[in-house]
Design a protein around this ligand. Sequence first.
Ligand SMILES: *Cc1c(COP(=O)(O)O)cnc(C)c1O
Length: 369
Amino acid sequence: MRVRFSYLDRQFADIEPYLADVRALVQTGRFTLGAPVEEFERRFAAMCGLPHAVGVASGTDALMLTLKVLGVGPGDEVITAANTFIATVGAIAMTGARPVLVDSTDGFTIDPRLVEAAITARTKALVPVHYTGNVADMPALMDIARRRQLLVVEDACQCIGGMRDGHPVGFWGEAACFSLHPLKNLNVWGDGGLIVTGSADLDRRLRLFRNHGLTGRDEAVVFGHNSRLDALQAVIGSRLIDQTSFITSRRIENAARLDRGLADLAPQVRIPRRDPQVKHVYHLYVLRVERRDELVAWLRAEGIEAKIHYPVPVHLQPASRALGYTDGDCPQAEADSRCVITLPAHQHLTDEEIDYMIDRVRAFYGAGS
Ligand SMILES: *Cc1c(COP(=O)(O)O)cnc(C)c1O
């Protein structure tokens, strides 16, 4: 049996409705902004329970543009997690601000206890990452942010549909940023991103900034970027968005099935603590395991596309050299880089495929079914 990480072919097996929408778009000839983007933005904002959503070219741009519009730039420091996809940190660096990397908890999200110690007079913003699809400890982080007057921008690129204490991601920060990349939970046919916010003013400024600062064809009120969400991707997004609850609930069921099938393998396989306050959407199903590299090789030989997110934490990447971090600065992220494994949890996996993964992991550790 083969178990792949992603099943775009199964997801888009019935492609005709999408193509009909694309055909209709091509007939209008309106490929930039316009009604399709506005409709998708409206529906995405509604899904997040917030009044505004702004479509942009990628999740990375969503983060960078939001920080820039909020006034983050050279001379500022922005605190985020060392355990994240490189894009979070790249987006901060592209504003000219200095990224300050803080270690994570057992749940792979930034540790609020370490945030306070990382704050300096230059700290302007905090970017918690809802990494793997788990929601960061926002109540604790917002408490710090209010006391220390920090802006908060949530990196929700891995967490569409995620909730904590009954609130959807985006509830806490100035804004939350999402990615529509083909490997993300809600995925279009290329790159795309969105920013959701409760602030009409931030919404207005982001709309200017993503489109050259233009108020109309002939007037630019600020200098800006070209970072629009393509109308084509908005059309695909509008058709897909109705599947979000299916995607989320299937991923949660798959993760629960994996958890049940592997729980007794501790301490060789350690399942992260599942916080009952959080609706974790399992963009990534990550475990900590013994003999990680051997297990990855074994699973791959058995046809299972296991991955590692990530073998080198951001603070130890060559790109971070100028930030001056060394081994030992983020012990949890460093230990995780040596023991984490990501198993497929895609919404189009079958129960048989999940059970095959469970069986193969158990066999590796010499445990019966
Ligand atoms: C994917 C991702 C991004 C960037 O999104 P893109 O659309 O690929 O630019 C940022 N942060 C995190 C945590 C991500 O997973």
